[in-house]
Design a protein around this ligand. Structure first.
Ligand SMILES: O=C(O)C(=O)C[C@]1(C(=O)O)C=C[C@@H](O)C=C1
Length: 393
């Protein structure tokens, strides 16, 4: 194909892509109106029936244009997730007028380019107010910033799908009066970032956060003879590699983060598990009120009395009140050897009747008990269309 022919086609694609963007923006505006109606009429944000009908119609329509059913489904799952998250943020802001700030000062780990930085950008992009980023060197410093009113929010990584819970954050949460006001999950896509033109075989030293090395242990084992240098954060690793400006050093981190320091990726998908996501808590000095139309989660922290089956008894209370537990984590209590603090995430709103009953019973049976926070559930399960493959035939 002659290059002018290619250019002509590309001009058309560029125009079409910008039309697609315009249409997506128009759709988002319509869903903002939907959210306003839902606030007024107290209608739940999520409507699986409507989503299912919409997906079925689009899959059928796509088929007429030779578009694969899974392709259509994937695209609209992303669009619907965005719509639900935006609406949830609007309903939450409406239910907490005092918490809508013109400036959001947010503390997170590291500098520009860390996964915490990217998660912070993502979470606050759906919320009004200017974002002021406050990079910190440790989780303790992050929490302190909010406690002393130098920041309004902290974004803290709490767990990762491949390396598990981040114990240091749980331990910090044991001693703070801050509340969890939000959560988010962010994909972690580790890439090998370099400053100069180079290739994998030339890399002699690797810089990254220890959690990142743990998540990429298979890749490191395959690499063999490379020196591994742990850093306080992914951004510290990126800054080091940018400064060293050598073709034998590389950092591991996100491509978007690396680009902020002029680094580029020479290899992607480095994590042991391809589905690698981190979950973050957003914490603030004041708890928030989650409207009942928004699916909520509640995080509890409790220690049980020392008797056989005490934890089981606590979990039975959740079961008896039909409350779904999404996570259970135990951490040693500092100063009390062999005693454990339990962190429990459940689906439900502290304003719900069954939840209030369960919390009362748990509080009575626990040695120590605290609700760390109730916040909108941001893990949006995509609506399944029963017979995608049948529809596609
Ligand atoms: O139609 C609605 O009720 C909406 O909230 C809009 C919308 C969408 O974006 O299409 C989003 C969430 C609902 O679960 C269903 C559909």
């Amino acid at each position: 194909m002659k290059s002018t022919e290619l250019e002509e086609i590309r001009v058309k694609i560029t125009e079409l892509d910008s039309n697609l963007l315009e249409l997506l923006a128009q759709r988002q505006q319509l869903t903002n109106y939907v959210a306003e109606t839902k606030i007024k009429n107290q209608i739940p944000v999520r409507d699986h029936k409507r989503e299912e009908q919409l997906l079925i119609r689009l899959i059928k329509q796509g088929k007429k244009h030779n578009l694969d059913a899974h392709y259509v489904t994937q695209i609209f799952h992303v669009i619907l997730e965005d719509s639900v998250l935006n609406q949830q943020a609007m309903l939450a802001a409406n239910a907490n007028p005092g918490s809508t700030l013109s400036v959001n000062r947010v503390a997170f780990l590291g500098n520009k380019g860390t996964y915490s930085y990217l998660a912070t950008q993502k979470y606050f992009s759906r919320r009004s107010g200017e974002l002021i980023e406050i990079g910190c060197q440790s989780f303790a410093e992050i929490i302190k910033k909010v406690e002393t009113n130098e920041a309004d929010y902290a974004v803290l990584p709490i767990e990762n799908t491949s390396s598990g819970s981040i114990n240091e954050v749980y331990d910090q949460l044991q001693h703070t009066s801050l509340s969890v006001v939000g959560e988010l999950t962010h994909p972690i896509q580790h890439t090998l970032l370099v400053n100069q033109e180079t290739e994998l075989s030339k890399i002699k030293t690797l810089y990254a956060h220890p959690q990142v090395f743990a998540q990429c242990s298979h890749f490191l084992a395959e690499l063999g003879n490379v020196e591994v240098k742990p850093c306080d954060s992914s951004s510290a690793a990126m800054i080091k590699v940018a400064e060293l400006n050598s073709n034998s050093v590389a950092a591991i981190g996100s491509e978007a983060g690396g680009n902020l320091y002029g680094l580029h990726a020479i290899k992607s998908n480095l994590a042991n598990q391809k589905e690698n996501h981190s979950r973050f808590f957003v914490v603030a000095r004041e708890a928030v009120n989650v409207p009942l139309q928004v699916p909520a989660k509640t995080t509890l922290v409790m220690s049980t009395v020392q008797k056989p089956g005490a934890l089981v008894d606590a979990l039975v209370v959740l079961r008896d009140n039909n409350i779904n537990m999404t996570k259970l984590e135990s951490r040693p209590i500092t100063g009390n050897p062999w005693e454990e603090m339990f962190y429990i995430d459940v689906e439900g709103n502290v304003q719900d009747g069954p939840m209030q009953e369960a919390l009362e019973v748990l509080q009575a049976m626990a040695r120590t008990f605290k609700v760390l926070g109730c916040y909108p559930n941001e893990e949006i399960n995509p609506t399944k269309v029963a017979a995608v493959s049948a529809l596609a035939d």
